[in-house]
Design a protein around this ligand. Structure first.
Ligand SMILES: *Cc1c(COP(=O)(O)O)cnc(C)c1O
Length: 469
């Protein structure tokens, strides 16, 4: 064994203690860490050390070369994208995932696949989904949408008597996708699946809304003349956190042939609160359903769930035909159900956080985050410096700069957001809503408190003064 391997193996305690000290420092400083850093534009070339350096020295170099430029995105005032943090229990689960290094592909030598099944069961209860939904962990909502659309594609083939997974896409059976305000990852998934981005047709939305206009959706379905298609319903859009009328869409299934995929990447968590549950009535009517974990569940990145009530179709698409892997279709034979073959025990952080904080823990996080978004929305709405572009429905605030009657340009927004980020206190991301350059706040982190939102509001106002000056 190489010297450093021997040495590190003998002194594993020391390495773990160094990492623990680093973890302590990082977590203690997280609330005050700058939300975004200005990363050096070019790092000098790095060379692989011939004889290695050992884990201790590698850690030192890491700390010098990269650590100061890590963002506080896991902290309480990072409101960009839809970014959650990591609960203490989720962190424990994530560390243990690496420690145990189990392959959760579904073979029988480890209980790992059962842990994943148990976690899916916990999540089914959290979101009040019926038992016929099976599920699996994938790396993010994009991959969950990918799986959902892959199932929709396979289902369309089946309506035409064609097994797409077996013979490839057939020209005679076009796959079309209708959606009001699909997330960009729907186009990406369509591209990866050979369905094509152009197969996604945007249906008009209600005035001033990102929720689909049911009359327009029905007209699109009618124009299919009985040809099966996919409808992507959106439960929580990233700009204004708007929701399609899921129940009304599901009711259309009695008259039109379509696969219903629901993208509830973060909006699905509305189910955790009796105040907001009405937004996701009908979630259980999905043929396939996306819910992210590294957003509102507050587990570390690479985790989302995909749910479906069509396990057999899933196995048709993702079957990994190899004698030594087996061909059994079961809920826990993940190698035959997901894009990956070998896969980490991605469910463990979710298992830990769900067991640690329970249903009410998530109700509290969701309601607190939403209260804070409403508080900020009210302040912004009442301020002359800003214009609120949409009512606050859940945990998002979409607004823009009020500029003497004119809309700001995207340059104005970018300049404002750069100044705001450089304040170190709050991070937002830009967007365009109904043609208006704008920005958005997403409150998704378990750490965020009233004190944080007040600090953010001060920074948001001060930055507006500086921009207008
Ligand atoms: C974030 C998000 C996605 C993509 O999720 P990733 O986890 O980044 O892959 C898809 N849909 C919606 C509605 C989202 O909010």
């Amino acid at each position: 064994m190489q010297n450093y391997l021997t040495d590190d193996r003998a002194h594993l305690d020391r390495i773990l203690e160094t990492v623990l000290a680093e973890a302590r420092n990082f977590l203690l400083g997280l609330d005050n860490r700058p939300v975004g850093t200005v990363v050096p534009s070019s790092l000098d070339l790095i060379n692989i050390p011939m004889d290695g350096l050992g884990a201790g020295r590698a850690l030192e170099i890491f700390k010098e070369r990269y650590e100061p430029w890590l963002s506080g995105s896991a902290g309480p005032r990072y409101f960009g994208f839809v970014t959650g943090g990591v609960t203490p229990a989720a962190l424990a689960g994530d560390w243990l995932t690496s420690l145990y290094d189990q392959n959760a592909l579904g073979s029988t030598e480890s209980i790992a696949p059962q842990i994943e099944l148990d976690t899916i069961a916990l999540l089914r209860q959290l979101f009040d989904l019926p038992d016929q939904f099976t599920g699996a962990f994938v790396t993010g909502a994009t991959m969950s949408n990918f799986v959902g659309l892959a199932l929709g594609r396979q289902w369309i083939g089946r309506q035409h008597g064609v097994d797409f997974a077996q013979i490839g896409l057939s020209h005679n059976a076009p796959v079309r996708i209708f959606s009001g305000t699909p997330h960009s990852s729907i186009y990406k998934a369509a591209a990866m699946l050979g369905i094509g981005r152009e197969a996604v047709t945007n249906i008009s939305c209600l005035p001033e809304r990102e929720a689909v206009d049911m009359t327009a959706l029905e007209a699109a379905l009618q124009s299919q003349n009985g040809q099966p298609c996919i409808v992507v319903a959106n439960a929580g859009t990233v700009n204004t956190v708007d929701f399609d009328d899921l129940q009304a869409i599901a009711r259309l299934k009695s008259r039109y042939e379509f696969w219903l995929h629901i993208d509830a990447a973060f909006g699905g968590f509305a189910a955790c609160s009796s105040k907001y549950r009405h937004w996701v009535q009908g979630l259980a009517m999905a043929d396939s359903l996306t819910v992210d974990a590294h957003k509102w569940l507050n587990v570390p990145y690479d985790a989302a769930m995909q749910f479906t009530s069509h396990l057999q179709l899933q196995a048709e698409v993702f079957q990994n035909a190899a004698a030594y892997l087996g061909t059994e279709v079961s809920h826990s034979n993940f190698v035959n159900l997901t894009p990956e073959n070998s896969r980490r025990l991605r469910a463990l952080p979710a298992w830990f956080t769900l067991m640690a904080y329970g249903t009410h823990g998530y109700t509290e996080i969701v309601e607190r985050n939403c209260d804070l978004a409403h508080w900020l929305g009210q302040k912004i709405g009442a301020s002359k410096a800003f214009a609120l572009l949409s009512p606050v429905r859940l945990n998002g605030v979409c607004f823009t700069l009020a500029m003497r009657g004119n809309s700001p340009t995207m340059n104005d927004i970018q300049r404002y957001l750069k100044l705001l980020r450089n304040s170190g206190r709050v991070f937002l991301t830009p967007t365009v809503f109904k043609g208006i350059p704008a920005m958005r706040v997403s409150v998704t982190n378990w750490r965020t408190t009233q004190a944080d939102i007040e600090v953010a509001w001060v920074a948001i106002q001060q930055t507006a003064k500086r921009t207008h000056a």
